[in-house]
Write a protein that binds this ligand. Structure first.
Ligand code: HH2
Length: 262
């Protein structure tokens, strides 16, 4: 399976690594053009931070942040547009504005999200997380993290299929209701998710699980860790990497893809 990079475009004041940088339309579009030039096949536009403890955003505010960006991008590029949201109303408006993929970090737990994707013939990224970004830090007790995450993804993918959704991508949710050790385990055992039969997406980019390693406490110091995680993920079967540093991740992913297919 070819490997693609999904470039992150956070139109938020508070995202953990790039909050506040792309809040106005012009800087968001400039960043989008940069990500496309670096090789992003998909742009993932988000208007609400999901970092641990982030403040929830109203539907109106999230729409105000993402819809103008999606509309402008749709008129100037053919790159695939994804909406990173937990709200069916935001997903619906985003799909009408030109997105074709819903990236839902709550893994379609809201049945309304499944209906929205089916109605628009959109693809979905089903990500595993327990609780919400506000509560997930205290929800990291698993008998076996891989087994439980796989079971959740299988169940949600089956519900999506039953609703007629044709394109399903699964994501174990690195850093979401996982300890650092559990995130490392998910990367090491990512190959086990191939049994599900769906393309696998991972989002290790700049995440705090890397901060458990000396020298990577700050998000700005996590590029090499991100690239190592990217390469391991691709070697273990990931076909989409969600990334802030698109050019670097693309090179790391292509190297791992060459090893995988050798
Ligand atoms: N990680 C983040 C957001 N969305 N979606 C998927 N499918 N997988 C991920 O791992 C994932 C995601 C968190 O990263 P970021 O968007 O940079 O931060 P924030 O949530 O603070 O905006």
């Amino acid at each position: 399976m070819p490997v693609q990079i999904m470039g992150v475009l956070n139109v938020t004041p508070d995202s953990f690594s790039d909050g506040g940088r792309f809040l106005d339309l012009e800087s968001a579009l400039r960043q989008a053009r940069q990500l496309i030039a670096e090789g992003a096949a998909i742009l993932d536009v988000g208007g609400e931070s999901t970092r641990p403890g982030a403040e929830p955003v109203s539907t109106a505010e999230e729409l105000r942040r993402v819809i103008p960006v999606l509309e402008a991008l749709r008129s100037e590029t053919t790159v695939r547009l994804s909406i990173d949201t937990m709200k069916p109303e935001v997903a619906d408006a985003a799909l009408r504005a030109g997105a074709t993929l819903i990236n839902d970090v709550t893994g379609l737990r809201d049945p309304e999200m499944i209906d929205t994707a089916a109605r628009h013939h959109a693809g979905v990224v089903i990500m595993h997380m327990r609780g919400t970004p506000q509560t997930m830090r205290a929800m990291t007790e698993y008998a076996d993290v891989v087994t439980e995450v796989k079971e959740f993804l299988a169940r949600q993918a089956a519900a999506a299929r039953a609703a007629g959704i044709a394109e399903i991508i699964v994501d174990p949710g690195i850093g979401f209701s996982k300890t650092a050790a559990q995130s490392f385990t998910l990367l090491r055992r990512l190959g086990e998710f191939q049994d599900l039969g769906y393309p696998i997406l991972i989002g290790p980019s700049r995440k705090s699980f890397l901060s458990s390693i000396a020298g990577m406490e700050k998000p700005a110091d996590r590029l090499e860790g991100t690239l190592a995680a990217t390469a391991i993920g691709v070697l273990n079967g990931a076909s989409i990497i969600r990334a802030h540093d698109v050019a670097a991740c693309w090179r790391a992913a292509m190297t791992a893809a060459a090893v995988r297919s050798s």
